[in-house]
Design a protein around this ligand. Sequence first.
Ligand code: APR
Length: 398
Amino acid sequence: LRTQVAVIGAGPAGLVLANVLRQAGIDCLVLERHSREYVQARARAGLIEPGTVEFLARHGLAGQLVAEGAEHGACEFRHRGERFSVPYGELSGGRVHHVYPQQFLVRDLIDAYLDAGGTLLFEQGAEALTGLDGDRALVRAADVEIECEFVAGADGFHGISRAAVPERLRQGHGQHEFGQHEYGKQHEFGWLAVLAETPPATREIVYALHEDGFAGHMLRTPSVSRFYLQCPLGDDPANWPDERIWSALHRRLAMTGDELKPGPITEKAVLDMRSHVTEPMRHGRLFLLGDAAHIISPAGGKGMNLAIADAAELARRLLAHYAGREGELAGYSAARLPRIWQAQEFSHWLLHLLHSPDPDGPDAPFLHRLQLSRLAQLRDSPAHSTAFAVNYVGAPID
Ligand code: APR
């Protein structure tokens, strides 16, 4: 097969890129390792920033999201019986999130792309990328081989795209021959991510600080809620029978069983709490986007939004390239990285506001005092809460 742009991965990043390219008449083809049923049922994030919604709407991709997603402009912090709400919508000039499960958006994007006549091959994992430094690139999958001008690597952190950058260019943290860097941090604790069939026990997202560890009550749909519980690094979900999860949630969130009703738990996983950025997000004919280029902690709900903003930027530059402005592609990585690092900084800050330091660590009491000071500043300082609001809702996508 031949195409102009081969897109690897049908997550939010790959699908947004493919839709926008297709609308502009640029030939592309998407390869996805899993089945359509699998990717449409995979529950992940759910907090969609206003800039993301506006961008999708401009491309006719936000119909269902706007019709069915709920708008949210405030979140609540809890600590030791005290609670306060941060009205980040008001503080950011009326910019609010939409809460809409990622797998619904993935479904909508697949429908839109296929309805427009796009080609998407499911259960065709890309296995090898070659020719990235040559005149044409070649993507080999189980049953097909695709010759293309550019490869959009949108296949997540464990996909083949990131790994296609030669090892010698990405080892360690230093400057290498061609300037490729990898920056990463393994956080010192885990988060148990729980999906339960229970209506939300709150109207706002709740972030609770507790000596046993952070707990978060996130929103998904009127009948499904997402929860996070801080746990030791490398903990096993088997250590968390359902009763333990509900009792930890009740205790840490300071909610009774009447408020937060235990329901069937449909998913339980210990998240790999890692942050990572690859620079630059390009190697020859390969462009990295979304999780393939950067992993961000779930604190702040930035991952899917960054993935879509990457896709928007790459699409804009590919369009300019095919319109004859050939230098445009060179600026992709430099345009995205400052925004990505700003999101990383925010997520890192929020993570360390929320999580309890290891109680056995020698500096735990000091770190805990810092944590309480951060919380007090967020509650008491308008300048502080406004900065939080602006970061939380994210920037518009140009
Ligand atoms: N070939 C084809 N497809 C692949 C391959 C491969 N070799 N490897 C992985 N994939 C597919 C996965 O099955 C998945 O559907 O690539 C897709 C990558 O999608 P996501 O992981 O959703 O990544 P991305 O589009 O970058 O969106 C990232 O959403 O929920 C958040 O935390 C998530 O921040 C992340 C964001």
